[in-house]
Design a protein around this ligand. Structure first.
Ligand code: SF4
Ligand code: SF4
Length: 237
């Protein structure tokens, strides 16, 4: 497949499954047959992933991308041989880096959960067309990546403000909002991909969806206390 289809999630999954190294081969830059230039996407994804690897303590040399045409068999063999030797030299994933296996698994699982969020937040840079290889290392900086994980955004429905209009639940792309008529809506944080749609669509007169940066998300209101008692009906009752 096009190297542009190699998602950040695929690479992280390979490492989660115990691969010691990941190699991505793409067509030569600027020789893509399509206007999409997917190989640039692949390059940017690799540059981002390498910084994420550094962030969690993994050697970024375990991930390599190279560009060549299908006629360059010798170049391919040389690159693969060199990369294979490099990975052998590094040894099992996490060992040379001194990371405990369980800790590594949990770090990778945590990052994988954030992949949709990372792609939304870094959308612009992931679409860059870097011309000069000297720019590669600076596309994503260490501070930027540290901030990306220390200031993760979460969304929460304020039970005092929610009017159960259901707008957010209808628009959530991953059905992460527990929704029912006349019930305070609740975001399932395990399913939420942090796209921010609920925040945008909640009517301003309610303003019930809160954006939380880097902090803990309050516990959801218990199921038995989710019924919204509207003032008019309260009086009538
Ligand atoms: S942030 Fe996006 S994914 Fe999460 S609950 Fe809101 S709409 Fe759904
Ligand atoms: S859009 Fe706002 S008011 Fe409507 S159900 Fe969602 S959180 Fe509640």
């Amino acid at each position: 497949m096009c190297s542009g289809r190699v998602d950040l999630e695929f690479v992280l999954r390979a490492f989660s499954n115990g691969m010691d190294g990941v190699f991505i081969g793409g067509c030569r830059l600027n020789e893509c047959n399509y206007i999409t230039h997917g190989n640039y996407h692949a390059l940017n994804m690799v540059l981002l992933c390498r910084k994420i690897m550094e962030h969690i303590g993994l050697n970024p040399e375990r991930l390599r991308i190279a560009f060549m045409s299908s006629a360059e068999g010798i170049a391919f063999a040389e690159v693969m041989s060199e990369f294979g030797n490099k990975v052998k030299e590094l040894g099992p994933l996490g060992k040379v880096e001194g990371i405990d296996q369980n800790e590594l698994k949990s770090k990778l699982a945590g990052i994988r959960k954030l992949v949709p969020y990372i792609k939304v937040v870094k959308n612009e840079k992931l679409a860059s067309h870097l011309v000069n290889p000297e720019e590669y290392d600076n596309l994503f900086t260490k501070d930027e990546i540290d901030k990306l994980f220390s200031e993760v955004i979460s969304y929460y429905v304020d039970p005092e403000k929610c009017q159960a209009c259901m707008m957010c639940a209808k628009r959530c792309p991953v059905e992460a909002i527990i929704s029912a008529k006349n019930q305070v809506h609740v975001i399932d944080q395990e399913k939420c991909i942090k796209c921010g749609t609920c925040f945008e669509v909640c009517p301003t007169r309610f303003g019930a969806v809160t954006k939380i940066t880097g902090g803990p998300v309050p516990f959801p209101v218990p199921e038995e206390n989710r019924t919204i008692v509207r003032r008019g009906k309260e009086k009538a009752g």
